[in-house]
Design a protein around this ligand. Structure first.
Ligand code: ASP
Length: 356
């Protein structure tokens, strides 16, 4: 009897000694990461592995996870399909659904979120979430430039790296991030710079936050601007956002475009200005007509580098305009949509563009 007991305890010690290092009990300790799928090329499919034609948003989140070897070793993973659209069709409705779901999940025992998304408007979704997610836990958007059916599809490794970042404790407090092509970017600074190359994203003003190579994460920066837990914006009770339009400036631009936007119901306008947020003198007069009706006009730039200065060549106080500082037109639009939920002075609006 004594001998039997002794044998049992030896067996128990052997089990514990060998199973812990080989990951048996580790799986329960892995960080809990939820993948929210929205569509995009990462979920896209084409008829040929070498042809350029394909359709975004065809593959489900379950098949995407199954296509990535060893991904379940990085985190305790689950997936939810929120939408399945090309991000050219991303909408305020999906943004609100996404933000509310993320806040719900992160308020519980989830350690990190990955969002699969199309590349076209990824920076807008990332920046929107940067304003309204109420947690410092990692939230990572990822995407791909080649559809899942393509030769050398980039989606699986991007998804693997995104999960590695979302599961990494060092990723906490860095706001919403975009992980693509081994690079980690902040929502504030990232922008798409190439139509088709796998190296399609850059952060011209502030650079990358870090690198991720086959799941090995290295951070070297924190993001610029207020975000997440420091942001004053919230999606609680929100069902829609005010209409804000963007007008692209050029030589000899038609001044009536701003008047047309106002007539069509825009509650705010962003000008993708030439140079330092400039526009033709006649367009500036149209901007003044809009601002004097209480419709804010934000001067951003069609260039991808450099801040738009307050009172550069434009006297903002005279025209009632606001400078976008470092936000490109598409992100300036997102901030203006959120800002318009409350009545604000021009000075207060200007301050938001400096702070976020
Ligand atoms: N049009 C696609 C999208 O944004 C492009 C991509 O995902 O790379 O959904």
């Amino acid at each position: 009897m004594k001998k039997q007991l002794h044998l049992k305890s030896i067996l128990a010690v052997m089990l514990i000694t060998f199973m812990i290092p080989y990951g048996y009990s580790q799986s329960t300790k892995l960080p809990k990461v939820v993948i929210l799928a929205t569509g995009g090329t990462i979920a896209g499919k084409g008829a040929s592995e070498t042809g350029s034609a394909y359709t975004s948003g065809q593959v489900t989140i379950e098949s995407m996870i199954d296509a990535v070897p060893n991904i379940r070793k990085l985190a305790n993973l689950s997936g939810e399909q929120l939408s399945n659209v090309g991000s050219q069709d991303m909408s305020v409705e999906i943004w609100l659904k996404l933000a509310k779901r993320i806040n719900e999940l992160l308020a519980g025992d989830v350690d990190g979120i990955v969002i699969t998304h199309g590349t076209d408007t990824q920076e807008e979704t990332a920046f929107f979430l940067n304003l309204v997610v109420k947690s410092d836990k990692p939230v990572v958007l990822t995407a791909s430039m080649r559809p899942s059916s393509a030769l050398s599809a980039d989606g699986p490794l991007n998804l693997y790296n995104a999960v590695a970042v979302a599961a990494n404790p060092e990723a906490k407090g860095r706001g919403i991030m975009v992980v693509i092509n081994d690079k980690i970017f902040s929502a504030h600074s990232v922008t798409k710079v190439n139509t088709t190359n796998v190296d399609a994203f850059a952060a011209p003003m502030h650079g990358q936050l870090g690198d991720v190579n086959f799941g090995n994460v290295e951070f070297y920066h924190y993001p610029h601007g207020l975000h997440t837990t420091k942001s004053e914006f919230s999606v609680d009770g929100l069902k829609e956002l005010p209409r804000v339009d963007i007008v692209y400036a050029c030589a000899d631009m038609s001044p009536d475009l701003i008047d047309i936007m106002v007539k069509a119901g825009a509650k705010g306008i962003v000008v993708a200005g030439v140079g330092d947020g400039n526009m033709t003198s006649t367009t500036l007069e149209a901007a003044k007509r809009a601002t004097s009706k209480g419709i804010p006009v934000v001067r951003s730039s069609r260039l991808c580098e450099g801040a738009v200065l307050i009172h550069g060549e434009v006297d903002d106080a005279k025209y009632g305009t606001v400078a976008s500082d470092e936000l490109n037109p598409q992100k300036a639009r997102v901030l203006l949509m959120m800002a318009l939920l409350k009545k604000r002075s021009r000075e207060n609006l200007q301050q938001l563009f400096l702070d976020y």
